[in-house]
Design a protein around this ligand. Structure first.
Ligand code: FAD
Length: 351
């Protein structure tokens, strides 16, 4: 089933979220798509607990807190999120609309597209060992889609961050055996998870090894063992049925580079009065856009979102002037925001 909509926003980082708000004020609804399972982009993925000091009127704000506040701010406009899927295709149609397709097969027909893709779609960092590709999604996994897939299996979990620790702990009691393998005794994961892992190891419910995978052993096309080189330089073999790799995420521009948009290095060239790209009806805001003097700051992305919204409103309503209105005084905007009209009583009294 194709979703028909006025706008699709590619990217649910802070700028994509604020784009929902600016469009919403002008009465335009949006569908938002992101590869990540949660909104928030770099703020949520790379530095959720760090304080940000350069958001106007918020002397200090945690990065995740900023995302939570943006989600609260856009709630009146009921954006529809399509998470955990990458936009793979954007193709123009003769009627001026755009057909979009995601990695999950969701299809959209949109009158305009806003790319708020940041530094690219976040992809898992892959295990760099010869022959691993042949086993991806059968015995080697970069994400857990369904824990039941690992029931009764001998599972080796690679990594020392929160995802690695969380899944290693969650699979104890589900998998036949769980071995956590990390290159050192130092972990990025929450200390409470590390403590829990060590307690489970002491209770012989799981195992922790220090080392790195240096090779794979296969039999009849199946992965049977991994070679693990320890800190002592000795390589040992470890039996397994499945391997879960959690080495973190890195951004890749990915399919965006193939949509016929003019790029400067890895950023999309835009007209800085409208944030429209060289393809009419496709806009780009936030870290992904390029124009003279562009600064990759959240603040800049917010401004870009406002101007893009005005340009999109004009495109969707050809020949009609788009008037500037203030949220403080515009009854239409306050209605869209779902807030009480503070002037209504005065107006009625005056009448
Ligand atoms: P992003 O936050 O990168 O979000 C883009 C989203 O698009 C991602 O979630 C990605 O998965 C998604 N995406 C991309 N391609 C696709 C696709 N094809 N399909 C589906 N989804 C896609 N800025 C400040 O202003 N102040 C600070 O103090 C500050 N501190 C920072 C600290 C650190 C450690 C880092 C790394 C950055 C910091 N920044 C700061 C920069 C700020 O985080 C970025 O400017 C901001 O995140 C850009 O927002 P965005 O919405 O444009 O992109």
């Amino acid at each position: 089933m194709t979703i028909h909509t006025d706008t699709v926003i590619i990217g649910a980082g802070p700028c994509g979220l604020f784009q929902v708000f600016e469009l919403g004020l002008l009465g335009i609804n949006a569908h938002v798509i992101d590869t990540l399972p949660n909104p928030g982009g770099q703020c949520t993925e790379l530095y959720p607990d760090k304080p940000i000091y350069d958001i106007p009127a918020l002397p200090v704000c945690g990065a995740q807190e900023l995302i939570d506040r943006l989600l609260e701010q856009i709630a009146p406009f009921k954006p529809q999120f399509h998470l955990g899927q990458q936009v793979t295709e954007v193709s123009p149609r003769p009627d001026g609309h755009y057909a979009l397709k995601t990695s999950k097969g969701t299809e959209f027909l949109a009158r305009s597209v806003i790319i708020a893709g940041g530094v690219g779609a976040f992809q898992p960092v892959e295990l760099n060992v010869a022959g691993v590709e042949a086993h991806v999604d059968s015995q080697v996994f970069y994400r857990v889609r369904d824990p039941e897939q690992h029931r009764g299996r001998n599972v080796v979990v690679l990594g020392g961050g929160d995802s690695a620790l969380d899944w290693a702990l969650n699979l104890v009691g589900v998998a036949e055996s769980v071995t956590l393998l990390h290159r050192s005794e130092k972990f990025k994961a929450a200390p409470a998870s590390v403590e829990k892992m060590r307690a489970l190891c002491e209770a012989y419910e799981m195992q922790f090894l220090v080392g790195q995978v240096s090779g794979l052993e296969q039999q009849d096309g199946n992965l049977k063992q991994v070679r693990v080189t320890g800190a002592d330089g000795v390589t040992r073999r470890l039996d397994l049925d499945q391997m879960l790799v959690f080495f973190g995420l890195h951004p890749k521009l990915g399919p965006i580079a193939e949509w016929g948009l003019e790029l400067t290095k890895h950023q999309i060239n835009v007209d800085m009065s409208t944030y429209e790209t060289n393809v009419p009806g496709i806009y780009a805001i936030g870290d992904i856009c390029h124009y003279p003097g562009k600064k990759k700051l959240i603040l800049s992305g917010f401004h870009e979102a406002a101007l893009a919204a005005f340009a999109i409103k004009a495109r969707l309503n050809p020949g009609k002037k788009v008037h500037l209105q203030y949220t403080t005084t515009s009854p239409v905007m306050r209605k869209r925001l779902g807030v009480d009209d503070p002037y209504a009583e005065d107006d009625r009294a005056a009448a």
